[in-house]
Design a protein around this ligand. Structure first.
Ligand code: ASP
Ligand code: MG
Length: 453
């Protein structure tokens, strides 16, 4: 069986939903379909929540949201399901209005309440899509996708979720099955939570892994993974295939094709992922599996993560490089800060790491705590942060065989007058990364992409 996930643009209009319907109705009845909220709706739900908290006119926004759902129900839901779908969606719209009203009354938007508000996107889209597809059975993801608290984040409790999915879809042949992505429930408190923005892909991967699917199809609005963001590189190419690791690296370093946590559960079970285009279903798409086409495409792509912050430890650190790196890395990891580039220390023995700007405060606290002895005895002089940077990544399993790759890239950037503040340790693995100033992002991507494609 296959699990299919359709993103917001795929379920955003009556005409795109017609494509979804014909794709799903052509497949066997054990197919599981995971859907996002209608395109753009999650952003709208959030913006309206803030508007309500600020005393603005949330009611007309809520009317527009209702109108959009009614039009889609009218245009796509099967006649025999219409009354029931309308009832379900009406009750949810009512919950939405009451919640906005509450937010407006208290002029405050608690995180818990915002989670309820955003959940309504998928809670409404799933019954609509189910109502549009012949014989479809609707499932409620809140019943089987469970999260636990981890610092201030909600993360999936994968074992519990796995067991609940197996139970929920026991009668698999009797579908197709439709469920909402992204939304979840705290396993302890029962509060509504979610898997993070873009999390519908992850829901689909959890289901595919639990049901031992043959394939996870991510239906989106592009022809597949590309060698770069096509808004920056207008002749960027679609990649026919790549490995799990390559896709993971590309997504971690800014490719917006799939939500990064999606890859782990299916990678673990060796279930391939296909990226397909709802608006061009004949296109071959990109196949992500355990093998990589390193001959035609030794490099798969060039990506960038903006909002990079470079942390520098400077002083006369006597310990081994590896020890300092490990201590810093562990201290950050313990506090939920991920490091996406560990730079090699230069002559001045300065250690630097790239993190996301949003983690700066936490990084400051954890490193100051970890290096108390060194700060006291003076061997560590300073922990400093530089902001407004981007990390540019070159990803491909073929790069480990490319001699002098770092040098070539550094020279290219230098010739263009682009300052490189750090570069990753060697290029022995799948990714070589470089930190540049944020203002140079586009120029750096163009120059580096030009070296390979
Ligand atoms: N609707 C959610 C979002 O916009 C989840 C998703 O589409 O994957 O982030
Ligand atoms: Mg997405």
């Amino acid at each position: 069986m296959n699990v299919l996930k359709f993103g917001g643009t795929s379920v955003g209009t009556v005409s795109s939903l017609e494509n979804v319907r014909s794709i799903v109705e052509s497949l066997p009845s054990d197919t599981v379909v995971v859907v996002s909220a209608l395109g753009g709706l999650t952003d709208k739900l959030i913006a309206t929540a803030h508007l309500a908290a600020a005393g603005g006119d949330w009611a007309s926004e809520a009317d527009a949201i209702a109108e959009r759902h009614y039009n889609i129900i009218e245009g796509i839901v099967r006649q025999e399901n219409k009354a029931n779908t309308l009832n379900v969606v009406d009750a949810l719209l009512d919950e939405l209005r009451r919640t906005y009203e509450g937010v407006s009354l208290i002029s405050d938007l608690p995180a818990k309440t915002l989670n309820v508000i955003v959940s309504l996107g998928e809670r409404m889209s799933a019954p609509i899509v189910a109502g549009a597809i012949k014989n479809a059975r609707l499932h409620n993801s809140l019943d089987f996708v469970k999260t636990e608290k981890w610092f201030d984040k909600n993360i999936a409790d994968s074992i519990l979720t796995h067991n609940l999915i197996v139970r929920e879809f026991a009668d698999l042949a009797n579908g197709p099955h439709v469920t909402g992505g992204f939304i979840s429930q705290d396993r302890d408190s029962g509060e509504i939570t979610n898997l993070g923005r873009g999390g519908s892909d992850y829901t689909a991967a959890l289901i595919a892994a639990a049901l031992d699917a043959e394939m996870l199809d991510i239906w989106t609005d592009v022809d597949g993974f590309m060698t770069a963001d096509p808004r920056i590189i207008n002749d960027a190419k679609v990649l026919p295939s790549m490995s799990f690791i390559e896709s993971m690296e590309l997504c971690t370093f800014g490719a917006k094709v799939i939500y990064p946590p999606t890859i782990y559960p299916v990678f673990h079970k060796n279930i391939p992922i296909r990226i397909l285009n709802t608006f061009n279903p004949e296109a071959p798409g990109t196949l992500i599996s355990d093998s990589s086409d390193s001959k035609d495409y030794p490099v798969k792509g060039v990506t960038a993560v903006k909002n990079t912050c470079l942390v520098r430890l400077s002083g006369n650190l006597t310990e081994h490089v590896a020890q300092i790196n490990t201590r810093a890395y562990n201290a950050l990891a313990r506090n939920g800060v991920s490091v996406f580039l560990l730079a090699q220390p230069g002559e001045n023995k300065e250690f630097s790491f790239a993190i996301s700007s949003s983690d700066q405060g936490m990084a400051y606290r954890s490193l100051n705590e970890e290096f108390v002895p060194e700060l006291l005895d003076g061997s560590l002089k300073n922990i400093s942060f530089e902001e407004n940077l981007s990390t540019i990544a070159v990803v491909g399993e073929g790069i480990r065989h490319m001699k002098g790759l770092d040098g070539r890239i550094l020279n290219t950037l230098l010739r263009l007058g682009i300052r490189t503040l750090a570069c990753s340790e060697g290029n022995s693995d799948t990714t070589a990364s470089f930190v540049v100033e944020e203002k140079d992002t586009v120029e750096a991507i163009k120059a580096i992409h030009g070296l390979f494609f």
